[in-house]
Design a protein around this ligand. Sequence first.
Ligand SMILES: NC(=O)c1ccc[n+]([C@@H]2O[C@H](COP(=O)([O-])OP(=O)(O)OC[C@H]3O[C@@H](n4cnc5c(N)ncnc54)[C@H](OP(=O)(O)O)[C@@H]3O)[C@@H](O)[C@H]2O)c1
Length: 182
Amino acid sequence: MIVKKNLKNPIFCIVAMNENRIIGDGKNLLWHLPGDLKRLKKMTMGSPLIMGRKTWQSIGRPLPGRANIVLTKSISWRADGAIVVNSLKDAIIKADEWINQNVEINHNIIQKKIFLFGGAEIYKLGLEYCDNIEMTKVKFDIETGIKFPKLNEREWKKTKLEHYLATDDIPEHSYWHYKRIV
Ligand SMILES: NC(=O)c1ccc[n+]([C@@H]2O[C@H](COP(=O)([O-])OP(=O)(O)OC[C@H]3O[C@@H](n4cnc5c(N)ncnc54)[C@H](OP(=O)(O)O)[C@@H]3O)[C@@H](O)[C@H]2O)c1
């Protein structure tokens, strides 16, 4: 069992979704937002990421400078560059170990936080342990796909950080910080 108040490092959720909470089509992201990808890289660099096996496969490679902790129910699945685990509890243990080991080597770069990196199954599993969500809202007209869990709006204080209007090839999008208040 995971007891939230005993977490050694806070878990931040990071996600991009449209108005219908769609995050992907099951294989890939649906939009290409270069600015959002840069922001995500900057925000997560030096941290462990906890992701599902399907998200790992959709990325297709380990993200450098970060621990790529991949959840699967398989006891034999392996992939180069992935730290493979079979439970969220083990994912958090590995993330804490990675932070401890790496902070000694390079304390300037390592951030003492863990990112819940998706996809939907992993958000569903780990969201209750997150007090912060870094959310990108994308104006993108699609109603079906893989969905982020429905949030109880009363539990979160929402702050809009930045807003970008659509250009020829980039949809309108905005960056939000959600802070849990209850
Ligand atoms: N927009 C965004 O911010 C964002 C972020 C991340 C991903 N995505 C998108 O989300 C989609 C993938 O999401 P998804 O929900 O289909 O898959 P997912 O959450 O990435 O991965 C699901 C897999 O995780 C493993 N898993 C789930 N629960 C587990 C548990 N309790 N214990 C151990 N392993 C567990 C299972 O792997 P096994 O089948 O191997 O057992 C399961 O099939 C893709 O389209 C991706 O592009 C979007």
